[in-house]
Ligand binder design. Structure first.
Ligand SMILES: Cc1cc2nc3c(=O)[nH]c(=O)nc-3n(C[C@H](O)[C@H](O)[C@H](O)COP(=O)(O)OP(=O)(O)OC[C@H]3O[C@@H](n4cnc5c(N)ncnc54)[C@H](O)[C@@H]3O)c2cc1C
Length: 257
């Protein structure tokens, strides 16, 4: 059993920032993260952040990540990696499944005085016939593959969703060597910032506003997507179907907690 003053579950920007605030106030903090590196989504965000200056607009996610980790180190925040919180019990006791240096797992009970849970969000799915085929994935997964693991998920990509995440991940996939066959957006206009959309349209990438994905086809993996125009109530308009040859569909339809 390990005791500590504050346990933070999740070493993304929220968890690390909470740890820094607490450590600056003199609290002894332990952060645990399920991944092999702390920083959450930050180390796959090679782009300059959008949003307000309070949200570090203009700074690359990887730089924010480095900065937060350096601060944690200076303040003596303890960070356990490969450590998954699997249950919270009476008296705030947290069961942690931690990978050892021998690549085995040990179970450790941590009993903190206070607990912060900062485990992030998950991506919304979009369901359509064929959505479970290999090659259909969240945009976050595609971004993790290219920017973290240096693996191209496919060569011909269709993105669902024209918010900033959909636009940025499409651009990064293109930079990594994929062809972006198009971006479909059910709303009548592009949802993300013009600055991100223009980078794609300048390259001739079509953004199909007022369209949705009807279905994906394939056997071993996805090999084509059928898209169609939608009415304002998102019902599809028969006769407007287009078939696009793809091997990857990246879904960027928002996040949920
Ligand atoms: C493609 C993309 C682009 C984005 N671009 C921007 C941008 O430009 N500007 C901006 O402000 N935001 C951007 N965001 C959003 C931003 O990444 C998130 O808002 C931010 O990462 C949320 O921080 P977080 O700490 O809450 O969660 P996360 O960064 O997701 O961190 C959560 C951490 O918790 C860990 N964890 C989860 N469950 C457990 C468990 N049971 N035990 C231990 N650890 C656990 C995970 O491993 C992870 O490291 C983008 C998101 C995406 C997907």
């Amino acid at each position: 059993m390990k005791t500590c003053e504050l346990l933070v579950i999740g070493g993304g920007p929220a968890g690390l920032s909470a740890a820094i605030e607490a450590a600056e106030a003199g609290v002894k903090v332990l952060v645990i993260d399920a991944n092999e590196k702390a920083g959450g989504q930050l180390f796959k965000q090679i782009h300059k952040f959008f949003g307000s200056s309070m949200h570090r607009a203009g700074v690359r996610g990887i730089d924010i990540g480095r900065e937060l980790l350096e601060k944690c180190e200076k303040l003596g925040v303890e960070i356990w990696l490969d450590s998954l919180a699997i249950g919270i019990y009476d008296n705030l006791r947290v069961a942690v499944d931690r990978k050892t240096s021998f690549n085995t797992h040990e179970m450790i009970l941590v009993e903190p005085k206070k607990l912060v849970i900062a485990t992030g969000a998950s991506e919304n799915a979009v369901r359509f016939p064929g959505w479970t085929l290999p090659g259909v994935m969240g945009a976050g997964a595609a971004q993790t593959m290219i920017n973290f693991h240096r693996v191209l998920p496919g060569r011909k990509v269709l993105t669902i969703g024209s918010g900033n995440v959909g636009l940025i991940v499409s651009y990064q996939l293109m930079q990594a060597g994929a062809e972006i066959e198009g971006i479909v957006e059910a709303q009548p206009k592009i949802n993300g910032y013009a600055v991100h959309a223009s980078k794609l349209t300048r390259e001739g990438i079509p953004i199909y506003t007022g369209y949705t994905v009807l279905e994906a086809h394939g056997t071993e993996r996805v090999n084509e997507a059928v898209i169609a125009k939608v009415n304002p109530d998102w019902s599809t308009i028969p006769g407007t179907e287009k078939t696009i040859e793809v091997d990857t569909i990246a879904i960027a339809a928002g996040l949920k907690n």
